[in-house]
Design a protein around this ligand. Structure first.
Ligand SMILES: Cc1cc2nc3c(=O)[nH]c(=O)nc-3n(C[C@H](O)[C@H](O)[C@H](O)COP(=O)(O)OP(=O)(O)OC[C@H]3O[C@@H](n4cnc5c(N)ncnc54)[C@H](O)[C@@H]3O)c2cc1C
Length: 392
């Protein structure tokens, strides 16, 4: 059993974790990131980065690294119903498509360059302590069990993790009825657009990424997946069924070829509210709450929340905030910044999953473009002000 002592332990080296780590390291904090996997690794994600991600990359000082990937610019989203009703939303400035394999590795490198210690294949299995006394975490790194001490812990471990179990988080008690799937395809060019095609019980996104392939990523109700995939859970049977449910999606898939060896899948995707501060751990990104993927805003929120958790951690380390200030302020600030977007995302997803509601909805949006613009704006984070407001 070996040990170490740091200012901040970040659990998870995805978007939120790397954003938190590089922000803190640049301010001189001793930060260690424990990431369960080795880089690079794939993730189930639509890989569409909303326009404001460019601002986040600017704040994090990684714009040049991101531009070097030469990601395709995406300036509109096309939404279609099973019956072929289409609505196109144009963005005020382009978003982009980047594989998570490249993006997460890039951010981990940038965190290291900033001075953070990013430990790969290190799983945080347990935690004790609090913001007053500091924390002690159990880490499994290969065959070694270690105990690390940290003044602050940031939970950036994603939507569902063994770390949630270690904290006994309540949301784990509720069964979540969604399955996610992702694979890369070569198919007809999408002309700088991201596509979202609805089918009964789910929706499927198509996004071009920097490798030249198109990421096909979908979310579907577990029951619908089981019914279409058959008793053996055959993904290909499900995909054939899905392609028959939406005219545009069927046409595209019919002319496309899967280039990934296999589909990547996840189950039990949780969309319910979660506390942003749990067991005195500052949660960031999906660990604090997951926005419905159709909003295309999860990655921007994760980067933003990582920086916000870093701001609060730094203020505690510098004694500008007390543990009580952080307890009071962080969860409130999180709710103010992200709460409405999460609620709107859930409502829009509920509509998208119901074709009888979706078709008239899309027809209405075609007639009332301003309403569409408002919906897009309200699922996005256009407020770029600092994170710690009234608590200081
Ligand atoms: C089907 C689907 C499609 C989506 N499409 C989009 C999209 O197109 N655009 C968009 O903006 N968002 C999209 N999202 C949302 C987006 O993927 C997430 O919001 C984003 O990945 C959150 O980043 P994060 O850093 O919070 O978590 P993650 O990126 O999941 O990172 C968490 C990290 O923690 C690590 N970890 C977990 N447990 C431990 C542990 N115990 N110890 C150490 N490490 C641990 C994991 O290995 C992982 O690397 C989609 C989500 C889904 C499910």
């Amino acid at each position: 059993m070996s040990g170490r002592s740091v200012d901040v332990l970040v659990v998870g080296g995805g978007l939120a974790g790397c954003a938190a780590a590089m922000t803190l390291a640049r301010r001189g904090a001793r930060v260690v990131v424990a990431e369960r996997l080795a880089y690079p690794h794939d993730k189930v994600c639509g890989e569409f980065l909303s326009p404001e991600c460019a601002d986040r990359f600017g704040q994090l000082g990684v714009s040049e690294r991101v531009a070097a990937l030469r990601p395709p610019a995406l300036d509109a989203a096309v939404l279609s119903s099973p019956g072929g009703v289409i609505w196109t939303a144009r963005f005020d400035r382009p978003g982009m498509g980047i594989s998570r394999r490249a993006l997460d590795a890039l951010l981990a490198d940038a965190a290291r360059a900033a001075g953070a210690d990013v430990c790969e294949r290190a799983v945080v299995t347990g935690i004790s302590g609090n913001l007053d006394a500091g924390f002690e975490a159990s880490i499994r790194a290969g065959a070694c069990e270690q105990r690390w001490k940290a003044r602050v812990v940031i939970g950036a471990h994603g939507k569902r993790s063994s770390f949630d179990r270690a904290l006994g988080r309540r949301f784990l008690r509720v069964r979540q009825p969604f399955v996610g799937l992702k694979a890369y395809f070569d198919g007809p060019p999408l002309a700088g657009q991201v596509h979202l095609h609805a089918f009964p019980g789910g929706y499927c996104g198509l996004a071009p990424v920097e490798t030249g392939h198109t990421n096909v990523c979908l979310l579907v109700r577990q029951a619908q997946f089981a019914a279409a995939a058959g008793p053996r859970g055959d993904i290909e049977s499900f995909v054939r069924w899905m392609a028959r449910q939406n005219v545009l999606l069927g046409d595209w898939l019919g002319s496309a070829r899967r280039v990934s060896e296999r589909w990547l899948s996840i189950s039990q995707v949780p969309f319910m509210p979660k506390p942003a501060l749990d067991g005195d751990v500052l949660m960031a990104g999906d660990a604090a709450g997951m926005i419905a993927p159709l909003a295309g805003n999860g990655m921007s929120m994760a980067l933003d929340a990582g920086m916000m958790a870093a701001d609060y951690s730094a203020a505690l380390l510098d004694a500008r905030l007390t543990p009580s200030d952080v307890r009071r302020g962080y969860a409130d600030a999180w709710r103010r910044r992200f709460g409405n977007r999460l609620r709107l995302g859930r409502a829009l997803q509920a509509a998208l999953l119901r074709p009888w509601l979706l078709e008239p909805g899309l027809r209405f949006l075609r007639l009332a473009p301003l309403v569409g613009e408002l919906l897009v704006t309200h699922t996005r984070d256009l407020n770029m002000n600092g994170h710690i407001g009234s608590v200081l």
